[in-house]
Design a protein. Sequence first.
Length: 471
Amino acid sequence: MRSKTVPAGATRLSAALVAVLATLALLAASAAVVVGPAATARADDRSQHDSRAQHASQPAFPPASQHDDRSPNGGRHPRAAHWTAAWAAAVHHPFTLPEWFGPNWSEEGFADQTVRQVVRVTTGGAQVRVRLSNRFGTAPLRVTGVTVARAGDGAAVRPGTLRPVTFGGRTSTTLPVGSDRVSDPVRLPTRALQRLAVTMYFARPTGATTFHEGGLTTTYRAAGDHRFANAAGPFGGETTHSYYLLTGVDVTRGPGRQTGTVVAFGDSITDGAFSTANADNRYPDELAERLVAAGRRLGVVNLGINGNKVLGDSTCFGERGVGRFGRDALGQPGVRTVIVLEGINDIGSGGLPDTGCGTAPKVTAGQIIAGHRAMIAAAHSRGVRILGATLTPVKGNEYGYDTPENERIRDEVNRWIRTSGEYDGVVDFDRAVADPNDPDAFLPAYDGGDHLHPNDAGMRAMAEAIDLADL
């Protein structure tokens, strides 16, 4: 959690029943071929009846064997292209709490406005595609047009790199409520750690938009249609540090050439809270840089959400981890390994008053462990390797996380992660950032200032604690 007010996940069930039901639901969901229950999106160009009918029969994120061989003109490659998630964000309900996080545009949405969003891809390829979501919207959302380009300074893009993005061969698309949408392939060669700009224009009012609050990267907004603007000029006004509708950027090296993705799954520590904005210093960013330096062609994607919990839903901080794991982690194209760092918000905010984002009951170590076991079972059912990360220190935290009982639960969960052998491997983030002279506390050099979140140096220490051979 990043704010000075503790997030809490809303639930009306007992914590024990939540854990049991979530475990059963996740195990059942993990057996399905199609990731998540999202409705199929529909394109809007009525002159393309045949193409529309063909795409309407496809699920939003079918397995690779079904959706990875479609070309922009409706033809088919002789061999399927293997897509790899190169950047991703976990989305959640729109909300605005400016006193905690600053302003964002999720509740007001967009109307005759262009939004330019910058991402850093962690692996490269010959083609890219983008993924959009209206998962938490309240009305069908029309996207008038999208472009992708290599990013320049600020809101500028590299001249000659702007490419239109199509959906089933059409430049516009409508996302029904609750649906996700994947674009056609776009020929734009990229390399690892390159920055791309995804620009969307919304001619009609969108209403509240699905988004990711903790983007830590400047997003730009301009009045009118500026999808094809190379210069930053039109975007000189409004900015936020959130992502809107954009859930992923994937790459492919072409038919038959396969790579893979490491998913970092968790809460605000994974999301990067208290690391430097626009610097790509979150631990997954640092891990991606290590892999590039080692010559490992793996993508790394960050599916953390500020305030997220293993067991508790929140109106601000996302669906519980066991509920979103199948979609956000196992649903990433090319996923091969997941690193799970989650549970400290279940422990720290359980039983605290509602501060605007819902409440959560107190939980036991056993309930948190049951949630982790559900995620392990789901990953193994899909043939995905899963690593457990120990929960980092909270001593001295001012939000109410630091109590003797909470420390006892944290220790018990960490002991299970380290010694049970149920995870395929262990990443000991706790020991990587703890003060050797006071193991319940952050090393001061790694403390972001609230005794809960690491700073840039702490993020780097976490990334260095990961054995690349485990990935």
